[in-house]
Ligand binder design. Structure first.
Ligand code: NAP
Length: 255
């Protein structure tokens, strides 16, 4: 199969972490790529790096704006219009204080990005995805959407939305060519914790040193594997943790 025949892949949040590694993985395998994010200089650098391998289109896109998402989708260059693999990856956590100490603005930003942003992108691309013979949506949820932990409040709840939205999309598209996966990683080393803790490098080091966390390339390999499954198979959800991570006990807080 030549590069020209491979399906077009759209990745949101391709400027760092999972999205960046996933872009490299698909490029190495010859897939034409649309890469998006807010940091243009990073998109341009990635585009320059990958363009010798595959066709790349980059666009600055804040997924929170439904107008911008609609414009972006409407104006995709012809070569990139037939998106068949959507990796809804853009997302973030902000803070890990107990709920009563969290900033309301942080809660809004998480909902706007992880819920509204993902919905914006999905809704604008569904007609395209449905028009393909076979297409795949991979939504980045999290173990935080499956299991509670202190300080997760809105972040975990936003990822529970992503997981249930994925299952509900499956219900609507059963029997069509559209596949949907909720990918639910545990602790992974990326800029995620720098964003969460406002650039605090010391906290980042505390979290990851010795943790043997998931690496972005591990997630990129899993995403690629999901898309490579035969068209009659749908990976509904996939939860992955580093071997070093597991569940904690139920807690009892005595009065
Ligand atoms: N790392 C973990 O432990 C972990 C575990 C489970 C799930 N996840 C989820 O996996 C996804 C990727 O996380 P990561 O670990 O790769 O984090 P990361 O290294 O911080 O990357 C996050 C990406 O999201 C983009 N982004 C954030 N807000 C955006 C917005 N409003 N519009 C467009 N793009 C936006 C960022 O790009 P710009 O800043 O350039 O816009 C960046 O490319 C997220 O949804 C995260 O919740 C992460």
């Amino acid at each position: 199969m030549t590069t020209q025949q491979k399906p077009v892949v759209l990745i949101t949040g391709a400027t760092a972490g999972f999205g960046l590694a996933t872009a490299k993985k698909f490029a190495a395998n010859g897939y034409p790529l649309i890469i998006t994010g807010r940091r243009e200089e990073r998109l341009k650098a990635l585009s320059d790096e990958l363009s010798p391998l595959v066709a790349v289109y980059y666009a600055v896109l804040d997924v929170r704006s439904s107008d911008d998402v609609t414009e972006f989708t409407k104006n995709l260059p012809e070569r990139f219009q037939q998106v068949a693999i959507l990796v809804n990856n853009a997302g973030l956590a902000l803070g890990a204080e107990p709920a009563d100490q969290a900033k309301l603005s942080d809660w809004h930003t998480m909902i706007d990005t992880n819920v509204t942003g993902l919905v914006n992108v999905t809704h604008s691309l569904l007609p395209t995805l449905k028009a393909q013979k076979s297409s795949t949506i991979i939504n980045l949820a999290s173990i935080a959407g499956n299991w509670p932990y202190p300080g997760s409040h809105v972040y975990g709840a936003s990822k529970a939305f992503v997981a249930q939205f994925s299952r509900n999309l499956r219900s609507d598209f059963a029997g069509t060519g559209v596949r949907v996966t909720s990918l639910e990683p545990g602790m992974a080393e990326s800029e995620f914790s720098l964003v969460r803790f406002n650039g605090d490098q010391e906290k980042y080091n505390q979290i990851y040193n010795g943790a043997n966390a998931i690496q972005p390339e591990d997630i990129a390999d899993i995403i690629f594997w999901i898309t490579e499954q035969p068209a009659h198979l749908n990976i509904n959800s996939l939860e992955v943790m580093p071997t070093s991570q597991a569940w904690d006990n139920f807690k009892i807080v005595k009065q």
